[in-house]
Each structure stands twice: as structure tokens, then as C-alpha cells.
Design a binder for this molecule. Sequence first.
Ligand code: FE
Ligand code: FE
Length: 169
Amino acid sequence: TMGLFTKDIKTMNDLFVHQLQDIYYAEQQLTKALPKMADKATDPQLKQGFLTHLEETKQHVKRLEEVFKMHGAQVKAVDCPAIDGIIAEADETAGEVADKAVLDAALINAAQAAEHYEIVRYGSLIAWAKQLGRNDCATVLAKTLEEEKATDRKLTTLAESKVNLRAAS
Ligand code: FE
Ligand code: FE
């Protein structure tokens, strides 16, 4: 596999394409993880939030395919151990939480770890796309970034307005 700092990545363009492949893998894994998180969630708003973001995430996959094509790059995924780790840890933690209200708080935390990962990746991809003269790609990627940020904000609101209270009572 191609690591971030191996010699396979020589230019900023190589880095851009590699990180597109990385986030493409991450989005695909999230389309599998979100339905499971929705199943585990007890709070109806949280459950619905996961399902809403699942639909958005399917769009994120499609947008990335669009960006690969716009950029003349092969539509391809590379393993992303970071998102695998975030999802594995979420599964593991969920398996260890017996109380349903506490589980909701843990699920929000896990989901926010994934959103923050995506926010970092898309932020850099957008900056690099602009630097490479690909404002067209940046515009498509920015739509996704905005949905990741909105999801993160909704999760914070849900945690602070009721889930944490219920988990602590
Ligand atoms: Fe996404
Ligand atoms: Fe997301």
C-alpha cells in the first residue's frame, strides 16, 4: 500500500489524488457503519440523524466519483486505517456500554470523531484543489464539507440539549 510519506507521492497533485482515494474509501466505509449506528441509537432524533447523514454520505461517494472524473483520475479507493480505527473503536465501545442512554452519548462521540476526520480531509483537499487550479473540484468538495460541518453541529446540539443529560441521570 501507498503510505503518505513514501516515494510514490512526488507532487501536490499526487497527494491530492491519494487523499481523494483515502476519503473515497472512508466514505464507503461510513455508508456501511451509519446504518449500524442508527440501529444501535435509542433517541429517535439521533437515529434519524444517522439515517439522514447516511443519505448525505451516499452523495459524498458520488461527488468524489465526479471529482475523480473532473480531474482525469481513476476512480479508486485506498485503505484508510484511520477511519477503520475510528469505526472499530466505535463498535468496540458500543459493545461495552450497557445503558441505552449512555450508549447514545458514546455513539454521538464516535460519530463526531468520524465527522472531524472528514472535515480535516476535505479542508485540505479543497485548499489543494484551489492551489492546483481546480476550483471546479473545490466547489464540489465544499458542498460535502458543509454537510460534514452541519452534521457535527447537529450532533453537538443533540448531545448538549438532551443526550448527555439523560446519560448522566
Ligand atoms: Fe462524508
Ligand atoms: Fe460525514
